[in-house]
Design a protein around this ligand. Sequence first.
Ligand code: SF4
Length: 380
Amino acid sequence: MDALEKLKLLGPPTCFEPAEEVVGSRRPPPCRSDDDLSGCVHSAVMPGGKHIALLKTLLTSACERDCAYCAFRQGRDFRRATFTPDELARLFMRLHRKDIAEGIFLSSGVAGGGPHTQDRLIATAELLRHRYDFQGYIHLKVMPGAEQEQVLAAMRLADRVSVNLEAPNAERLARVAPHKVFAEELLQRLRWIEEIRRKMPGRWPSSTTQFVVGAADESDVELLTTTEFLHRQVGLARAYFSGFAPVPDTPLEDRPPTPPLREHRLYQSSFLLRDYEFTVEELPFDASGNLPLGSDPKLAWAQQHLAHAPVEVNTADRRELLRVPGVGPKGVERLLRERRRGRLRDLSHLRKLGIVARRAAPFILLDGHRPAHQLSLWPT
Ligand code: SF4
């Protein structure tokens, strides 16, 4: 099998492994169709907003673990493939020189142990950086059980590193990935990453994780409690939520898929935790600990708390403004700057600041007046 054929087997499955910033979507943006490389090269949004053509691939689809949800679990009968580091580095550089791929996301099944697999991922990145002098974007996966020096080596080579926790805690993980050890094998790697960033001066990569949502009967409150912990304690840049999809010939093949809307509500809530100063206790969970699928969590919170106690846009502090639907972190910064120049008196003023005025209107006062009252008192 030549390298391109291997890529066609090892690239497409990474569609189920969200890796970079994706605005308002549950999966990476549609694969960039490039003849036969559709499914391997994606238009991905980088931290900072730049879009690049990202090659996403596994180093190997051989795996000695037996995660119940996974297509690559050991013993499952399908055509597997493995790149050598040299083969993958050469193939990537070929695609890079043809302007097909600008960056690479590199993950892997576990073959020969976590440390051995990590060595091969590192070797690939080293070839790219040192033999081929590739300066572009590299996202490296940190394998379960990778050693501390390997984590450091991966961080020296990559722009982003990630550790897939898969489930929100040890109990849930044990149900679906019996041979992964939540705290020692996975979470500890995220702690090391943060420790290195804090203790060693330098420009270090961001870190992310992924949860498989709906495989282990976990609730949203469990997922978001862990997400909040990761943002606050280990400097996680982003949690990705990948809805469970049943794979034939696995123990979970008869389990229904997770509705995409659940992923969406989890993303919305994780942004509230990361960027809007919400705490997990404030999120509108139902009695079973799940987010109602039918409502936007920020809107639901505002309807409960702000409908009868609107926020005065001219005097509220940053945190209060962030709670208003339609107002994001950038809008708040613009609004605070604009306030120094004079009072804000109508919705059109907010619109000019990039605020979604119609969403904000029911929850704000503009110079002491509810916008709707102003409209009814002073019809145009
Ligand atoms: S370790 Fe990763 S690749 Fe292997 S079975 Fe588990 S999820 Fe799949």
